[in-house]
Design a protein around this ligand. Structure first.
Ligand code: AMP
Ligand code: ZN
Length: 457
């Protein structure tokens, strides 16, 4: 059996991955807050953990892996958006959730097995908070419930900070009702304009962190294998998840392996909504950049390295994907992805190494392996062929379209010599041209030979 090695944030080491149960491998990844289109940075963890999901399914079998990713559909950013637009919160969250699934689907991301929404798990969150209070890890005050950070000895271990350093460094809200500035909110009161649920502490809503603890417990149990997300979540979100889960369920160990992807950057800064330096996945798709191109660019950098998105990388990726499609047209994929690709991915998701292997297969003409291996990584999918101007018959419509447009332009500029030259070239390829309302249309004649098209400069 393939051994997967993963870098564990908790131990700061690359370790052999050993699931608690080989026939029930469990992974939880923090998902989006649904109030707006996902920006390109939000797509990075989705693609990274999609590759890991595929690899785990390959090694342990598709029926032995459970991947959970949540939707945060209760959050003050959503309330603000509703107030600004006059729309219902549920309309905004439903619409944004669907956008997210559509956009991530365009990037070839498989859907997780479970996609719990926070609002569906309020009773479980309330139960967990009650247990934390009963055990002295939380306290209720003025309609709020706060987690008592000093009650959990290991607080700060994941990100490697002491509570005292955090107090000194963090700009935490020092509300008068807090026992300690680091204590964080598990539950807070809602007024009539805010979404709220009845609870032992009055009508209110959960703090952000408790949802992941409650939902992962419900769906994966008190101990599971992998917990993932961007490294911007390590503190405070993941520290808080660990504190809540380990204190509410001391019999378990919560997540064994913690994995964090580095940030997608714009000019050296994290892409984020709050900095305003973002563009959405949909923006890129609308510019005609295929989702597979975005995926290719992401996979070319290791997930623990920061990366920049550049138009140049996208152009290059599109060019390569088109070339690979041309050389694999009509080719039957090999039955398995190449072992070299599996080995690279098993080495802490070395997607950049796996991409080099794909380049090598293309260079060496190992077409069937290239196709199988690329598809294993969610590339060269048949349903995306048309986006690359490659058709099942193996020639590039877009190249011909460009030549025809060039000919029409030459004609309207009365450059008949050039127009005729292009016409002869097209006819030489075996295409049949005709004039429809002053525009040239073309179809393939019986002598059409796609190979000749490739020979054109
Ligand atoms: P959010 O909706 O901000 O909680 O983010 C959802 C997911 O996207 C989390 O896993 C974040 O860590 C991740 N994320 C946010 N910004 C970036 C970025 N610039 N690069 C990579 N991942 C990001
Ligand atoms: Zn989370």
């Amino acid at each position: 059996m393939t051994t997967i090695k993963l870098h564990n944030t908790r131990t700061r080491k690359k370790e052999d991955f050993e699931p608690l149960k080989k026939d029930d491998v469990r992974m939880y990844v923090c998902g989006p807050t649904v109030y707006d289109r996902a920006h390109l940075g939000n797509a990075r963890p989705v693609v990274v953990f999609d590759v890991l999901y595929r690899l785990l399914q390959y090694v342990y079998g598709p029926d032995h892996v459970t991947y959970v990713r949540n939707f945060t559909d209760v959050d003050d950013k959503i309330n603000t958006r509703a107030a600004e637009t006059g729309r219902d919160i549920s309309d905004i969250t439903a619409e944004t959730t669907q956008w997210f699934l559509d956009d991530m689907g365009s990037l070839g991301a498989l859907e997780p097995d479970q996609m719990p929404r926070a609002t569906q798990y309020i009773p479980q969150m309330v139960a967990m908070i009650e247990k934390l209070i009963a055990d002295g890890h939380a306290y209720a005050v003025e309609g709020h419930v706060l987690f008592r950070v000093r009650s959990y000895q290991d607080y700060g271990k994941l990100s490697g900070r002491s509570v005292d350093d955090m107090v000194a460094g963090a700009r935490v809200e020092v509300a008068p009702y807090k026992e300690d500035p680091m204590d964080f909110v598990l539950w807070k009161p809602s007024d009539e304009t805010q979404p709220g649920w009845d609870s032992p502490w009055g009508r209110g809503r959960p703090g952000w962190h408790i949802e992941c603890s409650a939902m992962s417990y419900e769906l994966l149990g008190d101990s599971f294998d992998i917990h993932g997300g961007g490294n911007d979540l390590m503190f405070p979100h993941h520290e808080n998840e660990i504190a809540q889960s380990c204190c509410a369920h001391p019999e378990g160990n919560f997540a064994q392996v913690w994995m964090h992807n580095e940030m997608l950057q714009v000019e050296g800064k994290k892409m984020s909504k709050s900095l305003g330096n973002f563009f959405t996945v949909k923006d890129l798709l609308d510019q005609g950049i295929p989702g597979e191109v975005i995926r290719f660019v992401f996979l070319s950098t290791h997930y623990r390295k920061p990366m920049d998105w550049t138009a140049e990388k996208a152009r290059e990726a599109k060019h390569i994907l088109r070339k690979w499609r041309q050389v694999t047209l009509g080719v039957e994929p090999a039955s398995f992805a190449s072992p070299a690709v599996i080995d690279a991915l098993s080495d802490d998701l070395n997607t950049a190494g796996a991409m080099s292997e794909l380049h090598r297969m293309a260079r060496e003409g190992r077409r069937d392996e290239l196709l199988a291996s690329a598809r294993f990584m969610g590339l060269l999918e048949e349903q995306n062929d048309t986006e690359f101007g490659v058709s099942e018959t193996g020639f590039r419509h877009d190249r011909i379209d460009a030549l025809v447009a060039e000919r029409d332009a030459a004609r309207s500029n009365r450059d008949y010599a050039k127009a005729d030259e292009i016409r002869d070239m097209l006819i030489g390829l075996g295409l049949v041209l005709s004039d429809v309302d002053g525009k040239t249309v073309w179809h393939r004649g019986p002598d059409f030979d796609p190979a000749k098209l490739e020979g054109l400069k």
